[in-house]
Design a protein around this ligand. Structure first.
Ligand code: ATP
Ligand code: MG
Length: 359
């Protein structure tokens, strides 16, 4: 029989994500969790192909990995791991945690670190119900979503799992820890947008990472999401807003997205975007997450209707009007049929472009 002579298990924090690029938001959160929970190490695990970001250009794994390496140089308790690149394909957290647990579960306890923005969307993740049994979930502050909001939601969706602060929850048992860490409103999206416009990104991320970005001209050209999340408080308008909204629908697993160019047809809006969800709950969740995330990107939803029922939600973003449907209801209204005169736009690597018609 095998016996475990290795003594107490090592406590390992895991911070996954696109990390395109890594910044002080990630690093400070990891450092605080390390200190508060008395971890032995934190492993940064860049995703190979993140499931939520299938539309925008992604910096190659190797370069994102390299940037993490530069960022953590000198911090002995931080490590970078390439599990996701070895597995290839879409990087789902549940697969990562299963793999890590199988490999190291006998020697290590895992603490999966998540920002509140990611945590609040957890129900859209693959096999999300299994996550707490694979690692202790550690939720850290990430504006604009508060710890309180996540706590309320988590106590509904994980009713049997203790939710606490620090380690007042059993170490081997499934548990969720909520930490009021320093809220730093830094995001990779914003860094990419600044770099894309030749603006300074200094002091948002380690200097070595900044130099690497400059030297390798990352985010400078062919960079397709630089239109999102302007730093200057200016609203994002027209087709740029439509593109950001389209991305958000995709991120929320909206289906059958149709973009109509209404500029020559209706004075109401420049673009109509029609999409559907699999259930009224899916439509409701999609609408509320879109509203929140887009407001972060300075795209304001001026009015929203139908959210309570979720059969049909109308969201008015000024230049862009979004119609989200529960599938059977979409067929009934047949908006595409109603506006069949309107030219359609399709998503390309260069953004939304007129659809090419086969004559
Ligand atoms: P993007 O803007 O491209 O989505 P990001 O800045 O959100 O990038 P991710 O790589 O998506 O960074 O995030 C990985 C993980 O780190 C997620 O759990 C996220 O919630 C968390 N995180 C990101 N930024 C912060 C921050 N400023 N503070 C705390 N946690 C953060
Ligand atoms: Mg993110």
């Amino acid at each position: 029989m095998e016996t475990d002579k290795s003594g107490p298990k090592k406590k390992i924090g895991l911070l996954g994500g696109t990390l395109d690029p890594i910044h002080y938001g990630h690093l400070r959160a990891a450092e605080e969790v390390y200190e508060i929970l008395g971890l032995d190490e934190v492993w940064f695990v860049p995703a190979y192909q993140p499931p939520h970001k299938l539309t925008r250009h992604l910096t190659p794994f190797k370069q994102r990995f390299e940037m993490v390496k530069l960022a953590i140089r000198g911090s002995n308790h931080f490590k970078v791991k390439d599990f996701e690149a070895r597995r290839k394909g879409v990087s789902y957290s549940v697969d990562l945690l299963r793999q890590i647990k199988a490999l190291y579960g006998r020697q290590c306890l895992f603490y999966f670190i998540l920002g509140t923005d990611a945590a609040i969307d957890i129900e859209s993740w693959k096999e999300w119900q299994s996550l707490p049994s694979l690692a202790t979930l550690v939720i850290v502050q990430r504006p604009p979503v508060s710890i309180k909001e996540v706590k309320t939601r988590f106590s509904e969706i994980f009713p049997d799992i203790p939710i606490g602060q620090r380690t007042d929850v059993g170490e081997e048992q499934p548990a969720i820890i909520m930490l009021e860490t320093t809220a730093l409103d830094i995001s990779s999206t914003n860094i990419r947008a600044l770099a894309g416009r030749n603006r300074s990104i200094r002091f948002l991320l380690p200097e070595d990472v900044r130099s690497y970005i400059m030297k390798n001209k990352l985010y400078m050209k062919d960079y397709t999401d630089k239109i999102c999340r302007p730093d200057n408080g200016q609203p994002v308008e027209g087709i740029d807003a439509a593109r950001c909204i389209y991305d958000q629908i995709l991120n929320n697993k909206g289906e059958q997205i149709v973009v109509l160019d209404m500029r020559s047809i209706s004075p109401v809006a420049d673009f109509f975007i029609i999409a559907q969800g699999r259930s009224t709950r899916h439509v409701q969740g999609m609408a509320s997450r879109m509203k929140r995330e887009l407001s972060r990107q300075k795209i304001k939803c001026h009015s929203i209707e139908g959210e309570e029922e979720g059969k049909w939600v109308l969201m008015d973003f000024d230049d862009v009007v979004v119609h989200l449907f529960y599938e059977p209801v979409r067929i009934f209204y047949d908006l595409e049929g109603l506006w069949n005169e309107a030219p359609r736009l399709v998503m390309t690597v260069d953004g939304l472009k007129p659809e090419e018609k086969d004559e």
